[in-house]
Design a protein around this ligand. Structure first.
Ligand code: PEP
Ligand code: MN
Length: 363
C-alpha cells in the first residue's frame, strides 16, 4: 500500500515536472510566434496560413507514436495554433474602436447642429415610406410644433415581396430634403445600395442602414467612407456582438458618427412583429460609446403598446426612439398596421414628456 502510494506520488511529481516543461516550451513557442508575427506585419503577409498549418499537423501526426490517437493530437495542436494566431493579432483587433474600452466617454453624434447621444433623448419620427410631399409635410409640421427635429422617411424600401411598393427612390429623397429645409429639420433615410452613397449625402443628414442590410459589408464600407452620420439597425437575427462588428466596419473606415438601433429580433412570438430585446440597450451602452436608439414601431409592429415600450426603452438608457408616423396610416403604402396618425403621435410625445423620460423640447 505504502509502496504504491509512493509510486503514485513519484508519477505525479513527474507529471508536475512535465507540465512545467510543456509550459516553458509553450512560452518559447509563443515568443517565436510573436517574432514571426512582426516579420509578417512588415511584409504585409496574411497572419493565418492554412497551408503551413496543415503541413505542421501532418508532420506531427507522422511522428505520433501514441498513446494519443491522431485525431486527439490534431485537436490539441490546433488549439495551440489558434492561441498562437491570437498572439499575432494587433491590439486594435482585440479592442474594437466602437468599444468603451477604447473610448470611455459617450460619443455625441452631430447631425448638423443637432447633437445625438450623451443621454440626451432624441426622437426620430416620420412615415415608413415617403409617398408624397403633402404626406411628409403634414408629419413635419407636427414635428416642428413639438420641437422635434429628426425626420425619417424611406425612399429606397427593402420590401419582403418584390411586388410591394419599393419607394420613390431619388424623388423621395428630394421631397424629404425640401420639406426638412422648410421646417429646419434633419433627414434620416435608408440607403440600400453602396453605389447610392454619393447620391445620398447630397440629400440626407443621416444615412440609415436597415435591419436587412446590417451585414451587407459593402454597404457598411461605403457608409464608412463618407462623413455623414449613420443610423445602423440591428439585423433581425443578429446578436448584439454582430451589431457592434457591423458598426466597427463603418468606424474603422473613418466614419465615427454612428448611432446604433435595437429594432426587435425574430422569435416565436406572434403577438408582436418582432421581440424587443430590451437588454440590448444597457448592454450596448455598457460595451460601446455610441448612441443607442430603440425603434418602437418595428419592434412591436402595433400601435397600442407604443407608450409603455417607449418608456421602457428610455428608462433602460436609450438615447432616443424611432417611431413611424403617417397622416393616414390606413392608406399607407407600407407598414399600415404599425404607423400612428398625427394626434396619436402628439399624445405619445406629450405622455412621454409628462413621464419625465423625454425633455420638453429638443432645443
Ligand atoms: C425602416 O426603419 O424603415 C425599416 C425598414 O426598418 P428595419 O430595417 O428595422 O426593418
Ligand atoms: Mn416601416
Amino acid at each position: 500500500m505504502s509502496r504504491s502510494l509512493s509510486r503514485l506520488d513519484e508519477l505525479r511529481s513527474r507529471l508536475d515536472e512535465i507540465n512545467l516543461q510543456l509550459l516553458s516550451l509553450m512560452s518559447k513557442r509563443g515568443a517565436i510566434v510573436k517574432e514571426i508575427g512582426e516579420i509578417k506585419k512588415k511584409q504585409g503577409v496574411q497572419k493565418f496560413d492554412p497551408v503551413r498549418e496543415r503541413e505542421m499537423l501532418e508532420q506531427l501526426v507522422k511522428h505520433n507514436t501514441g498513446p494519443f490517437d491522431d485525431e486527439t493530437i490534431r485537436h490539441l495542436f490546433k488549439q495551440i495554433f489558434k492561441a498562437s494566431l491570437e498572439l499575432q493579432q494587433d491590439d486594435h483587433k482585440k479592442t474594437l474602436l466602437v468599444s468603451r474600452k477604447d473610448h470611455p466617454q459617450d460619443t455625441v453624434v452631430m447631425v448638423g447642429d443637432e447633437p445625438v447621444g450623451n443621454h440626451r433623448k432624441t426622437v426620430v419620427a416620420g412615415p415608413c415610406s415617403v409617398e408624397s410631399e403633402e404626406q411628409v409635410r403634414k408629419v413635419a409640421e407636427s414635428m416642428k410644433r413639438q420641437g422635434l427635429r429628426l425626420l425619417r422617411g424611406g425612399a429606397f424600401k427593402p420590401r419582403t415581396s418584390p411586388y410591394d411598393f419599393q419607394g420613390l427612390g431619388e424623388e423621395g429623397l428630394r421631397i424629404l430634403r425640401r420639406v426638412a429645409d422648410e421646417f429646419d429639420l434633419k433627414v434620416v433615410s435608408e440607403i440600400v445600395n453602396p453605389a447610392d452613397m454619393e447620391l445620398a449625402v447630397k440629400y440626407v443628414d443621416v444615412i440609415q442602414i436597415g435591419a436587412r442590410n446590417m451585414q451587407n459589408f459593402e454597404l457598411l464600407k461605403a457608409a464608412g467612407s463618407v462623413r455623414t452620420p449613420v443610423f445602423l439597425k440591428r439585423g433581425m437575427s443578429a446578436t448584439v456582438e454582430e451589431l457592434l462588428f457591423a458598426a466597427e466596419y463603418i468606424v474603422s473606415r473613418g466614419n465615427r458618427q454612428v448611432i446604433l438601433c435595437e429594432r426587435g429580433i425574430r422569435t416565436y412570438e406572434k403577438w408582436t412583429r418582432n421581440t424587443l430585446d430590451i437588454s440590448a440597450v444597457p448592454l450596448l451602452k455598457q460595451e460601446s460609446h455610441l448612441p443607442v436608439f430603440v425603434d418602437i414601431s418595428h419592434a412591436t409592429g402595433r400601435r397600442d403598446i407604443l407608450l409603455p415600450v417607449a418608456k421602457a426603452a428610455l428608462a433602460a438608457g436609450a438615447d432616443g426612439i424611432m417611431v413611424e408616423v403617417h397622416p393616414e396610416p390606413a392608406v399607407a403604402l407600407s407598414d399600415a398596421h404599425q404607423q400612428i396618425d398625427i394626434p396619436q403621435f402628439e399624445k405619445l410625445i406629450s405622455d412621454l414628456r409628462e413621464s419625465g423620460l423625454l425633455s420638453e423640447s429638443q432645443d
